[in-house]
Design a protein around this ligand. Structure first.
Ligand SMILES: [Zn+2]
Length: 285
């Protein structure tokens, strides 16, 4: 069976060896201890590449690898990070070519010549969900809830796909989105925007207060669910019906009604690693 390496760059770098829809062996995580600040934010693009290269060599451990897939936050086109809202230093960076070159020139490197493919991080989550649920034959879409709101789609398809910036309200006061746009889904459901809206409360407190009857917080929680439903409906009008998944560190905020078209999937590095590997495998066969 073909073995591939999956890499997920999402606040940290997680790398694993993948066979079929399973991680084989232990994951490699950088940095090993979780830090309060996002360690990748202050890392130059070249250092990120070198770090990924080292992890890939470690995980592959001399085994024959068919492809290497990377899930990376931002707009990815033809292996280039066109934009990355949280990692500004990689804007315009040809990540795929840089990693390919680093693997080729590493002394004693075993992964030289193995094809590398880069995908959007939410897209690899969608691919990981599709692969682990045995749904590689159908359209799978996912919302990833965290600091920002990502939209992932399997099969991966070149494009912008910034579904998190779907307009869900025309209220001119809704201007909390990190991109500066008005009425965007991320401006309501993103953690960063929740902090700007409730300067006195952490997002966890907002949802807790809503449960205990605080009117302002309860109104906001309703708005969150309506916004997610609206952005989902917009996408269904563009791409057709089908299942939507919700994942990410802040998926706990969302209450899924029974019988709705949403399914919650706990966030994990494995899911993204499997998705990156599966996407790269399909793109290079
Ligand atoms: Zn926006």
């Amino acid at each position: 069976m073909r073995r591939t390496v999956g890499v997920l760059v999402m606040e940290h770098i997680a790398v694993g060896l993948v066979e079929g829809a399973k991680v084989v062996g232990a994951l490699n995580i950088y940095p090993q201890k979780s830090q309060t600040l996002d360690p990748l934010q202050s890392m130059p693009a070249e250092s990120i590449v070198e770090c990924v290269r080292q992890q890939v060599e470690k995980v592959a451990n001399g085994a024959e690898i068919a492809a290497i897939g990377i899930g990376f936050p931002g707009i990815i086109r033809a292996g280039v990070v066109e934009d990355s809202p949280n990692l500004h230093q990689v804007k315009g960076f040809a990540l795929q070519a840089a990693l390919q070159a680093a693997l080729a020139s590493a002394l004693g490197g075993k992964a030289a010549g193995v094809p590398v493919r880069v995908f959007n991080d939410a897209d690899v989550m969608a691919a990981g969900i599709a692969a682990t649920q045995g749904k590689l034959h159908q359209l799978t879409r996912v919302w990833t809830l965290g600091n920002g709101v990502g939209f992932g789609r399997y099969p991966s398809s070149e494009g912008i796909w910034e579904g998190g910036h779907s307009v869900v309200t025309l209220d001119p006061k809704e201007n909390f989105c990190g991109c500066g746009g008005r009425g965007h889904l991320e401006g309501i459901l993103g953690r960063r925007s929740m902090r700007m809206r409730f300067l006195d409360l952490e997002p966890e407190e907002v949802f807790e207060n809503a449960r205990t009857g605080d009117a302002r917080c309860a109104e906001f929680v309703t708005l969150c669910h309506r916004a997610l439903a609206a952005a989902t409906a917009t996408n269904i009008h563009m791409e057709g019906p089908g299942m939507f998944f919700v994942t990410g560190p802040d998926v706990k905020f969302i209450d899924i009604l029974q019988g709705s078209r949403f399914e919650v999937v706990p966030t994990s590095d494995e899911m993204g690693i499997i998705g990156a590997a599966v996407n790269a495998d399909r793109a290079t066969q």
